[in-house]
Structures are given as structure tokens and as C-alpha cells.
Design a protein around this ligand. Structure first.
Ligand code: C2E
Ligand code: MG
Ligand code: MG
Length: 731
């Protein structure tokens, strides 16, 4: 009887325990599955956003091209040069194309793509659907992916360009960029996840609007429990589907087996069975932790990834707003990193990135977040920063760290980086704006010269745009011949005889009127347009010298200002000779004014250029003397015939003893070196008399004449006697 009772108890216990075991195993397993599903969806979203960002960045190249075409009203000067620069700056693009009226006419680089020239995109069956869609929707549209003639799979972003005409906008053609799918995928971590057992497919919608075609996929097919995310591409959609590794821990099987065992040993093993779900939970928790780390980590460098940084940014931004705290986001991009990858391959490139990542990480404080945002971009989130100068210090330290030499394969390399800085919360209300503004500041910093940092400020957007417009305007002005020269006479201060003119450029702007050099010379210099402009000026000066030479019997000189960039132009000598030849101008009529800065950074090549110029017969004057750092003793070795003392010393000559001493000293010293002296900016009789007493050879200034249009200036030369009365000068 007792035996049956016991058996009943054991059986009952076994049934209860079995039931309990099955229930707990099942629940734990469901939790585990849900966790894995969640992590998988996070992972797919991260990879999808990496693809979206990369596409957006690469295709921004076509917007830049389209902008250029629009600004030039459909013309394009130096397509190759422009496209090369855009490709190098933006990266990830295989070629850029322009197709006026749909006919591919320009491609950079052309090598390997010659076959595409002359292709009419609007007629080829395989391409025309997307092309017409782009025109109809008036927006950038992605075509492809498709198999390329030159091998590989590529996709094309087409930006339709419309130019304004009298009857409204008219379609001009396309600006397109080609991207290889392999290059695009390189930017994601899909291959690393694949090696961990994950599988993926990337698909796009075919023209029928229903069928999804897979165009990139992992070696092994998608497994059960796959998760799909939509990727927004310009004027279309893709799907990224991923599935996890087969089964990380087969909790079901494990649990049921134990339950059966438990049931068999029933009461004896009850405690074990009760404990079992606990063990499972620990295993699951451990795996979950590992996965979470993986989903938020950059695999190459071990830093956090973009997703983690954006999550944190969101949280910290809210916190800053709520508690009136500050934080800082630095956006660091290595300069010219593409060169390393291109010249030494990706494995060396990866090694460099790892090295740089470690340096960045060790530069910031413990609580700060360092993430690799992709490629050679890093994001650094500083918390609890005190002041702008603190932030600048960190940025300096980071730049310094990146600049440290890297040794690899017995060679030494140095890299530099540019940093854009945004402050939380004032520089953006949301994460996207913050990242974009940091990006903008970073590009602004690159424009100013690599290896620096730049704080975001709202003016940045406006100034960047203004400069771009002015640059475009300058190009137009050159083609429309809007630059004119005014001439300011200079005289011998002992006799009052006219000795020459300085040519000063003016811009006859069609809308803004006559513009003076300080409003455009610096942009012309920054953009390099100053070189072309310099030759246009020289050409005009020579034409006018010829007129002067025919009318004016005495020997006088015309001084032309030469910018530093033009002075360093390797073609300078040839170009000058050609211009002199063309206008049949005697080189001794010409003088160049250069500033001290031309002499400073490479004295040897400056000496060489100056010697060659003076061998041609052209004389050299040092302009704005006294404002730079050159010394008179240095001039001893140079073929310089004139010094122009800067106007700032003349202005206060009468009232300022120090200026008087300097001017007097410079004149005396220059004379011992057989260099003559010009005082510029003479405005009063008192200044003139002092300069005469100091024996300045020549003088120029409003007291005598303002700079005048050529015809008027040369009238001065025609006056008889050709000198001014120094006791009561004109004006
Ligand atoms: P700069 O070569 O030192 O030219 C002298 C400047 O002083 C001229 O200004 C002239 O108009 C001004 N000036 C002359 N006398 C007086 C005076 O008595 N009082 C005052 N207040 N100013 C006087 P501008 O024409 O505005 O030119 C400014 C600068 O722009 C020039 O300084 C030169 O560095 C640059 N520049 C002018 N033309 C050219 C050019 O053709 N090529 C290049 N590369 N630079 C040029
Ligand atoms: Mg000058
Ligand atoms: Mg000057």
C-alpha cells in the first residue's frame, strides 16, 4: 500500500516537475529567441544605415557637378580637373559622367570607359526607364545595379539637370556617378558578420514594380528567422535581409532532455530541475551580452560603432537640454587616407586605422565615447567639458596624436586629420543635424588647409556659399573680360618728374559696379584663379604700355603687382616671355611688385626666379616693405632695384617718432645697398616734406593722383612739363 502511495507521490512529483520543467524551458527559450530576433533587427538596421549614408555621400558628387553645370549655364571648362577633385574629396566613386541631352559626353576617368562615350541613355532599353523616371520626378534616381561591360556590378546615380529658360525650366542632361557594389559593401561590416555565420541578401525592385531581384548575397543562403529592412536610396528602395547563425544554443532540446531525465529521477532530481532554467538563463544572458557588444562594436578597431554613438548622442542631447549641461561632438576625418589604401592595399590601411584608433582612444578621458563612424571617420563625444579653450586643447591633442609617425614595413608614414566640432545642445536639436553640422565644420576645416580643426557656426553655411558664388563669379568675369586696370603715377621726389605708373586691378562688375581688390583678391588667391587673372592683367598692362610707349618719349616704367601664387607658377617665365613677345613690349618698361612673403618660404627658388626675371630686363620692387619679416640684409643677395615702404609707415609719419626712425633707417640702408625707395600713400604736404628730407627717391599717393583709368592716367604723362610742382602738388 505504502509502495503505491510512494509511487503515486513520485509519479505526481514527476508529473509536476516535468510540467514545470517543460514550461520553464519553453519560456526561457522564447525569451532567448526574442532577444536574438531583436539583436538581429538592430544589426540589420545598422548595416542598412551604413549603406544609406555611403550612397548619400557618394552621390552628393552628382549634386556638386549639377551645381557647377547650372552655374555655368550648361558649359563646363575643365571637367576632368573638377571631377578628379570631387572624386578625391568624396571617395567611393568609380567615375563621374555628364550627359547633355542624355548623351554621355564626358567621363572621368576616361580610361576603360571609352565605350560609354556617345551612349544615349534615353534610347538604350536597359537604361531608359530609370532615366525617364529621373526626369519625370525631377530628382536623383539610382539605376541598376547591373553587370558592367568593364566587369563587376555597378549602380549609377543620375541627377537630372534643368536650366532656366524664358519658357520655364528645360531639361539639360544628366550628371551621373558610378559606384561598384563591391566598393559600397566594403563600407559595411557585412563580410565580418558573414564570417560569424550570419547570412544576407541585398535586393532591388525590378522595373515591373513587383519582383525583387537579389544582387548581392552571402556565400550561404538566408536561414530561418530572417529580418528585412528597407533601405531608402535616391528615388527608390532596396531590401537588406539578414539571418543569424543556425542556432546559438539549442535551449529547447537541452531543456526537454533534462526534463525527461528529471521526470525519470523525479523527486530526487526535482531540485536540479528547478535549478535548470536558472542555468539556462545564465547562458542566455551571457550570449545576449556578447551579442549586444558585437552589435555596438566596430570590428576592426574595437571602438564603438556609429549606431552606438548615435544612440548615446540622442540620450546625451536630451540630458543636456533637460539639465542645462554641455557636451561636444568632434568629427575627425583622416586627410588623404585613400592614398594609403590605394598605394599599399587594404590590409596596411586597416593596420593604420587600428593604430590611429588606439591613439585617439588613449587621448580622451575615460567617460568620453570614441566611435569609428566608418571608413576613416571617427566621432568623439566629450562629456562635462568646461570651456571652448578646453575643447580646443583636446582637438589639438588629437591632431598631434594623429600626426605622430607610423612605422610599417620599414617605412615611416605621417598622416594628418581634420576635425569639425559641434556643441551640444546649441548646434542642433537632433542627432542628424548635429552630425551634419559637424561634417560641415570638418569640410570647412579641410578647405582652410588640412590638419586643423574648426568649430561649427551658422555663418559657416552662409560663408561657404558666398565664397562659392564669388568664385563662380570670378570665373565668369574672366571669360567676360571684366577686369580693368587703373594706373597711379609715381614721381621723383627731388625733381617732380613722372617716373612711372603702378597698375592696380579693378573689377567692373555688371551688377555691383566697380569693385576694389580687397573684395576679391583673397578669394581669387584661395581658389587659384589669381594665376589666370594675373596673366589677363599682364596682357592688358602690356597692351596699354604699348600705347604709352608710342606717345610718351621719356623712359618710364609700369609696375604690375604679382601675387605669391603666380610668382611660384612654374610656367611664369615662359608665359611672361610669350606676352612680351606678342605685344612687342620692351621688358625694361616693365616692373614687378612682389611682397616679402614671396621670398620667405623658399629663398633659393625665389632667387632663381628673380634672377631669371632680371635677366629678361624686368626690374623688381618689394611691395609693402616693413610689414613682413624679411630683412634688408637679405635683400643684399637679391636682384631687387626698389623698395616700396608700406603706407602704414607713411600715414603717421608726422606724428609718430618710431615710424619716422624706421622710414629714415630703411631709406639710408637701402641706399647703401644701391636700392631706390618709393614711399606709397603720401597724402599730405607734411609727409612729402619729411620724405624729401629723408631722401626718398620716389613717391606715390593721393596727394599727387589717385589711381585713374588708363586714358586719364596717360593724360598726366602727356602734360607739359611732365612733372609736378612739389610745392603745391595737384589734388
Ligand atoms: P598695393 O600694391 O600696396 O597698392 C597700393 C594701394 O594703395 C592701392 O589700393 C592704392 O589705391 C592705394 N593707395 C595709393 N595711394 C594712396 C593714398 O594716398 N592713400 C590711401 N589711403 N591709399 C592709397 P588698391 O588699388 O585698393 O589695391 C590694394 C592692393 O590689392 C594692392 O596693394 C595690391 O596688393 C593688390 N592689387 C591691386 N592690383 C593688383 C593686381 O593687379 N594683381 C595683384 N596680384 N594684386 C593687386
Ligand atoms: Mg603694389
Ligand atoms: Mg603696397
Amino acid at each position: 500500500m505504502k509502495f503505491f502511495k510512494q509511487l503515486a507521490v513520485i509519479l505526481a512529483t514527476a508529473v509536476v516537475v516535468a510540467g514545470l520543467g517543460i514550461y520553464l524551458t519553453h519560456t526561457t527559450n522564447t525569451i532567448h529567441e526574442n532577444e536574438q530576433r531583436f539583436l538581429l533587427s538592430e544589426l540589420v538596421a545598422t548595416q542598412a544605415s551604413a549603406i544609406e549614408r555611403r550612397l548619400e555621400r557618394s552621390f552628393s558628387a552628382t549634386r556638386i557637378l549639377a551645381q557647377e553645370v547650372m552655374q555655368n549655364r550648361g558649359l563646363f571648362d575643365d571637367f576632368d580637373g573638377y571631377a578628379r577633385e570631387v572624386i578625391n574629396t568624396i571617395g567611393g566613386i568609380s567615375n563621374l559622367q555628364l550627359a547633355p541631352d542624355g548623351i554621355v559626353t564626358y567621363i572621368y576617368p576616361l580610361a576603360g570607359n571609352e565605350k560609354a562615350i556617345g551612349h544615349n541613355i534615353l534610347k538604350v532599353d536597359a537604361r531608359k526607364v530609370d532615366a525617364f523616371k529621373a526626369i519625370k520626378d525631377r530628382r536623383m534616381t539610382v539605376a541598376g545595379p547591373f553587370q558592367l561591360v568593364q566587369g563587376g556590378v555597378g549602380l549609377i546615380g543620375r541627377n537630372p539637370i534643368f536650366l532656366p529658360t524664358d519658357d520655364g525650366d528645360k531639361f539639360w542632361g544628366f550628371a551621373s556617378a558610378l559606384i561598384f557594389v563591391d566598393d559600397l559593401l566594403e563600407f559595411t561590416e557585412l563580410s565580418q558578420w558573414e564570417s560569424r555565420g550570419y547570412r544576407y541578401t541585398l535586393s532591388h525592385l525590378l522595373d515591373d514594380g513587383k519582383t525583387w531581384e537579389v544582387f548581392a548575397y552571402s556565400a550561404r543562403p538566408i536561414g530561418p528567422g530572417a529580418h528585412t529592412v528597407t533601405i531608402q536610396i535616391p528615388n527608390g528602395e532596396w531590401h537588406l535581409t539578414m539571418s543569424g547563425p543556425p542556432v546559438l544554443v539549442n535551449t529547447t532540446y537541452y531543456g526537454y532532455l533534462l526534463t525527461i531525465l528529471a521526470t525519470m529521477i523525479a523527486a530526487l532530481m526535482a531540485w536540479y530541475i528547478v535549478r535548470q532554467p536558472e542555468v539556462l538563463r545564465t547562458v542566455v544572458a551571457q550570449k545576449t551580452r556578447e551579442l549586444k557588444v558585437m552589435a555596438h562594436q566596430d570590428h576592426l578597431t574595437g571602438l564603438s560603432n556609429r549606431r552606438f554613438l548615435t544612440d548615446q548622442l540622442e540620450r546625451i542631447l536630451r540630458d543636456c537640454e533637460r539639465n542645462q549641461r554641455n557636451a561636444v561632438l568632434l568629427y575627425l576625418d583622416l586627410d588623404d587616407f585613400k592614398r594609403i589604401n590605394d598605394s599599399f592595399g587594404h590590409s596596411v590601411g586597416d593596420q593604420f586605422l587600428l593604430n590611429i584608433a588606439q591613439r585617439i582612444h588613449s587621448t580622451v578621458r575615460q567617460g568620453d565615447i570614441v566611435a569609428r563612424l566608418g571608413g576613416d571617420e571617427f566621432g568623439i563625444l566629450l562629456q562635462n567639458t568646461q570651456s571652448v579653450s578646453d575643447i580646443a586643447k583636446v582637438a589639438d591633442k588629437l591632431l598631434e596624436q594623429v600626426r605622430q609617425p607610423i612605422h610599417s614595413n620599414n617605412r615611416t608614414f605621417t598622416l594628418s586629420a581634420s576635425i569639425g566640432i559641434t556643441l551640444l545642445p546649441q548646434d542642433g536639436n537632433d542627432v542628424t543635424t548635429l552630425l551634419r553640422n559637424a561634417d560641415l565644420a570638418m569640410y570647412a576645416s579641410k578647405r582652410l588647409g588640412k590638419g586643423h580643426y574648426q568649430f561649427f557656426d551658422t555663418k559657416l553655411q552662409a560663408t561657404a556659399l558666398e565664397k562659392m558664388e564669388l568664385e563662380q563669379d570670378l570665373i565668369l568675369a574672366l571669360s567676360r573680360d571684366e577686369f580693368v586696370l587703373h594706373y597711379q603715377p609715381f614721381y621723383a621726389l627731388d625733381s617732380g618728374v613722372l617716373r612711372g605708373f603702378e597698375a592696380l586691378v579693378r573689377w567692373q562688375h555688371p551688377e555691383r559696379g566697380l569693385l576694389y581688390p580687397d573684395s576679391f583678391i583673397s578669394v581669387a588667391e584661395e581658389s587659384g584663379k589669381i594665376i589666370e587673372m594675373g596673366y589677363v592683367i599682364l596682357e592688358q598692362a602690356c597692351r596699354q604700355i604699348k600705347m604709352l610707349e608710342n606717345q610718351y618719349p621719356n623712359s618710364i616704367r609700369v609696375a604690375v603687382n604679382l601675387s605669391q601664387r603666380q610668382f611660384k607658377d612654374p610656367l611664369l617665365l615662359e608665359a611672361i616671355q610669350a606676352i612680351l613677345q606678342r605685344h612687342q613690349v620692351d621688358a625694361t618698361m616693365l616692373e614687378f611688385e612682389i611682397t616679402e612673403s614671396c621670398l620667405m618660404d623658399d629663398v633659393d627658388s625665389a632667387i632663381e626666379t628673380l634672377t631669371e626675371l632680371s635677366q629678361l630686363g624686368i626690374s623688381i620692387a618689394i611691395d609693402d616693405f616693413g610689414t613682413g619679416y624679411s630683412s634688408l640684409s637679405m635683400l643684399k643677395h637679391l636682384p631687387v632695384s626698389k623698395l616700396k615702404i608700406d603706407r602704414s609707415f607713411i600715414t603717421d609719419l608726422v606724428s609718430n617718432l618710431a615710424d619716422r626712425k624706421i622710414v629714415q633707417g630703411v631709406i639710408t640702408m637701402a641706399h647703401t645697398l644701391q636700392i631706390s625707395v618709393v614711399a606709397e600713400g603720401i597724402e599730405t604736404g607734411a609727409q612729402l616734406h619729411l620724405l624729401q628730407a629723408f631722401r626718398s627717391d620716389l613717391g606715390q599717393g593721393y596727394l599727387f593722383n589717385r589711381p585713374l583709368p588708363a586714358a586719364e592716367a596717360f593724360q598726366v604723362a602727356m602734360k607739359i612739363p611732365q612733372k609736378i610742382d612739389l610745392d603745391s602738388p595737384a589734388e
